[in-house]
Design a protein around this ligand. Sequence first.
Ligand SMILES: CC(C)(COP(=O)(O)OP(=O)(O)OC[C@H]1O[C@@H](n2cnc3c(N)ncnc32)[C@H](O)[C@@H]1OP(=O)(O)O)[C@@H](O)C(=O)NCCC(=O)NCCS
Length: 207
Amino acid sequence: MKTAALWDIRLRTPRLELRLPTDDELDAFYRVAAAGIHPPDEMPFAIAWTDTLNEADFKAFHRGTWERWTPESWTCNFVTFLDGQPIGSQTIEAAEFASKKAVGTGSWLGQAYQRRGYGTEQRAAVLEFAFAGLGAEAAISGALFPNLPSQRISEKLGYRVTGVSEVSPRAEPIQHYDYRLDRADWRCPIDVGIEALEPALPLFGAA
Ligand SMILES: CC(C)(COP(=O)(O)OP(=O)(O)OC[C@H]1O[C@@H](n2cnc3c(N)ncnc32)[C@H](O)[C@@H]1OP(=O)(O)O)[C@@H](O)C(=O)NCCC(=O)NCCS
């Protein structure tokens, strides 16, 4: 389907810009991931994709989200740019958004860019995009028990814990907090500019 309008969308925060990358920018984006997202002896993700990271699969994964996009099922992997260079990823995704009005999020930053508040800023940007831009009613997220920064971001932004589940990214079972943020509890802590969304709203099932 025709998805070109997605590439015009910009989310701007005080320090960051979130948007889809061009095909060329996927190279620089991959290099950020390849330089390291977490210490090798830790696994912050429910699926251990960084254990088998390689350029071909990384690019195919991102291109695949564009190729498979439908208003009924979409995954928008915004790339986060700082001073014009990619530093990480902020995903927002939904199934049957038109009726369910719920989104999920996931994110990472290159290790060199962590602990400077960018993780909070990029999540706030995509939540404002969901609630103010798309008209979402709820956002869900999750964090493994050892992942304190991810938990802290969810707590700071107003999510509540709705349960504990179990995942096994590296065979061993690990507990995982499930989070939910309802529209009524959302207070955006920063200025977020959303550009060029209107022509793309039907692609999100949000028109
Ligand atoms: C999770 C992640 C995106 C957070 O981004 P970040 O920019 O490092 O986080 P921030 O700087 O916005 O910090 C968020 C909060 O966590 C706290 N924090 C950050 N690192 C921490 C650590 N190692 N231990 C405890 N608290 C930590 C910060 O102090 C801040 O809380 P505060 O505002 O109360 O001081 C980033 O750490 C990351 O990419 N980690 C690896 C991948 C990952 O875990 N992805 C999420 C999977 S669910």
